[in-house]
Design a binder for this molecule. Structure first.
Ligand SMILES: [Zn+2]
Length: 454
């Protein structure tokens, strides 16, 4: 009567609108049945997780594997598996060569298929000028979306794209149906302020916050939303750090602009006093904000105005951060996130009663899959990939940076004890992490092409 399944997962199953104590049947890496209670399904293997939450596999849309060549796919994807992340979207700002043409893109896909432990989508980008002819070919090669910046981190690898090129790019990206995403900060004001601060010898940690005031983010986002209004491109604003940015996004959404946004876990869990306390290891772009501003972001999370939360995983080693010990401006920007984002976000939302398990699943899995049109991911539903992140709310997690699988072993959260523990990460029906060890070899993870792939 019942078809023989490969495996059954039992626990508190987090569906899109409710949580059921039940079981999910898996066959050939896909979800084939879901039922309330246990004992109705038959399979070769049964994995019972008791009272634990069975979430759809967490999706991190914002990861930088190759900003530091010492990192790469093996360490980041292993770190992701241990952090409950079943799929991530890798940014295109690779050293030495960014992913701004099809040749580089295809090389990266080959590498990914040899080295990844979890599933990976790849972002594309364009060169500073004259590179928009690569947009359609990159979309057809399987880029999941396009990332650009209004701030110049590096002239070649991570350039500020001039307005005429942004307009050309938006028109072409609109044709692909993919999303145009932006690092949105006003380059001229920031460069000028940093220059003045350095001349005056003001190089203390908080100077990083003071030289990137909120208007450098809000004004950059405003311009992009107006461009999106006229070009009709789907827009995505990465790493929003300030609640006013979300207010403005809400206004443009009401005017019919298709604009989504994310914030990253550090903007919710740290503030500018942590930049003062931890120095370079709490330096990211945009910077950490004031306490009241962080509370403003939480209000937006609770009202459902922020589509998703990402990590902006940046794998800098101690050497990259130590450069900023005497001058904050010399330190690399960004924090590692693959291993800590999910436990930190669970602890600060579901464990505290701030969000329901369903709201957590929406922020961390369903919305990321919907915003970036990732087929087969983001929900526990028949026909979807059997990707699950299983969290026991009754166990604790101790953050120990020395144990990170990432090259980066520096986090301001080191030593924190959190409520909830990832007890298993399951990707396409198979366990990639069992609560202690990564169980799959590099090569198990797959390339997931974007929705415009041909
Ligand atoms: Zn980033």
């Amino acid at each position: 009567m019942n078809q023989q399944l490969d495996c059954i997962i039992q626990g508190n199953i987090v569906l899109t609108d409710k949580v059921i104590a039940g079981e999910v049947g898996v066959k050939d890496g896909k979800i084939v049945s879901i039922s309330e209670g246990t004992g109705k399904l038959q399979a070769d293997h049964v994995k019972s997780f008791g009272e634990s939450f069975v979430f759809p596999g967490i999706i991190d849309v914002h990861v930088h594997c190759f900003s530091n060549p010492d990192e790469g796919f093996i360490t980041t994807t292993s770190s992701a598996a241990a952090g409950g992340i079943t799929t991530f979207l890798d940014m295109p700002y690779d050293l030495p060569n960014p992913i701004n043409n099809v040749e580089q893109f295809k090389k990266k896909v080959e590498k990914l298929e040899k080295e990844a432990v979890v599933d990976v989508c790849l972002w594309g980008t364009i060169s500073k000028t004259g590179g928009t002819d690569q947009i359609i070919p990159l979309a057809e090669a399987g880029a999941v979306a396009f990332k650009m910046s209004t701030f110049e981190t590096d002239e070649y690898r991570f350039p500020r794209i001039p307005d005429p090129e942004i307009l050309k790019a938006m028109k072409l990206i609109e044709q692909t149906g993919l999303r145009a995403a932006f690092h949105s900060e006003n380059d001229e004001i920031i460069v000028d302020m940093i220059d003045t601060y350095q001349k005056e010898g003001k190089v203390y940690p908080k100077a990083h916050n003071e030289t990137r005031p909120p208007l450098t983010e809000t004004s950059a986002v405003l311009k992009l939303m107006e461009f999106a209004y006229w070009t009709k491109v789907k827009l995505h604003i990465v790493h929003v750090s300030h609640p006013r940015t979300i207010d403005l996004i809400q206004q443009f959404k009401e005017q019919g602009v298709n604009v989504s946004c994310e914030t990253c876990y550090p903007y919710l869990l740290l503030d500018v006093e942590d930049l003062d306390k931890f120095g370079p290891i709490a330096k990211n772009n945009p910077p950490l904000r004031e306490k009241e501003e962080v509370q403003g972001l939480w209000n937006h999370i609770e009202e459902g105005n922020i589509d998703l939360v990402s990590s902006d995983h940046a794998p800098w080693g101690a050497e990259h951060k130590a450069r900023g010990n005497d001058n904050i401006f010399l330190a690399s920007s960004g924090l590692p996130g693959e291993e800590v984002m999910t436990p930190l976000m669970f602890d600060s939302t579901v464990a505290k009663g701030r969000l329901t398990a369903n709201e957590f699943a929406n922020l961390m899995s369903t919305h990321p899959a919907e915003v970036f049109s990732i087929p087969g991911k983001g929900r526990i539903s028949e026909g979807y990939d059997a990707d699950f992140t299983i969290i026991d709310p009754n166990q604790k997690t101790l953050i120990d940076q020395e144990s990170f699988r990432s090259y980066s072993k520096l986090t301001p959260f080191n030593g924190q004890e959190l409520n909830g523990k990832i007890v298993s990460t399951i990707l396409r029906g198979e366990e990639v992490y069992d609560g202690h060890d990564v169980k799959k070899e590099p090569g198990y993870g797959k390339f997931v092409p974007g929705s415009a792939a041909k």
